[in-house]
Design a protein. Structure first.
Length: 246
């Protein structure tokens, strides 16, 4: 556990266990050590550990077995959302034991539209970095992702090759940007001819379209995006809670 970071302990534990699953330290179907042993290994309380375990369960990585602790789930060719802070497509795929890749469809810097400028808090016409990719899991086309960011914030990441590179890793390591939350709207649509061809569908087949805005640890909007998912290869998972009343 790192003490020199603002990252919550439960999230650090989440990443430690997810990384162990990725490295096959805990393979599909394997049982995790007891909560007592795990909390001792990572140096957190069992209450903090349970927060991470529940999040890993919500994200489809672990499943409880009554009286027998936690087991690693066999990965599916799907993406699940509903955890915070946001993880990149690459991080989510790797956490499930899948191989992410992308076909870069468009990558350039252009002037921001009025709508983009308003959402990102920059002047209309300011340069924005735009990236469109066909996202794959184990070479299977799963989604079309398009995004734009203020170019001034991501200058060190503009020229990278995003066929294999994780954008969010580049943002954290090169630009000092730490995604912490996103506003996300998901709706069902019929696939356009262009999207259908990329996703290997028939035009009009169902797709799920997610529009989002992502914020960093300074509560600054740094990314606008849209992701179009194949309806039969994507699962959206979240948790709904009532607001506690005083």
């Amino acid at each position: 556990m790192r003490k020199d970071t603002d990252e919550p302990p439960s999230l650090q534990v989440y990443r430690i266990i997810a990384s162990a699953i990725t490295r096959r330290t805990f393979g599909p179907g394997n049982r995790l050590p007891s909560e007592r042993e795990l909390s001792s290994r990572v140096g957190v309380s069992r209450a903090t550990l349970r927060v991470a375990l529940r999040a890993l369960h919500d994200d489809g990585l672990l499943e409880p077995a009554h009286g027998k602790g936690w087991h690693v789930v066999n990965p599916d060719v799907v993406e699940e959302e509903g955890f915070e802070p946001p993880l990149s497509f690459t991080e989510m795929a790797v956490a499930r034991g899948l191989t992410p890749s992308a076909d870069v469809l468009y990558q350039d810097v252009r002037p921001a539209t009025i709508e983009e400028a308003e959402e990102l808090g920059v002047a209309p016409g300011s340069p924005v970095f735009c990236l469109d990719r066909l996202r794959r899991l184990d070479k299977v086309p799963v989604a079309i992702a398009s995004l734009c960011m203020p170019a001034a914030l991501v200058e060190q990441a503009v020229e990278l090759d995003y066929a294999e590179q994780s954008l969010y890793v580049a943002l954290r390591e090169r630009c000092g940007i730490r995604p912490v939350r996103s506003e996300y709207v998901l709706q069902a649509q019929g696939a356009s001819r262009t999207d259908a061809d990329l996703l290997e569908l028939e035009a009009g087949n169902p797709v799920l379209v997610g529009d989002y805005k992502c914020f960093d640890d300074q509560d600054r909007a740094f990314e606008l995006g849209r992701i179009t998912y194949r309806g039969d290869r994507y699962r959206f998972k979240t948790v709904l809670r009532t607001q506690a009343r005083s």
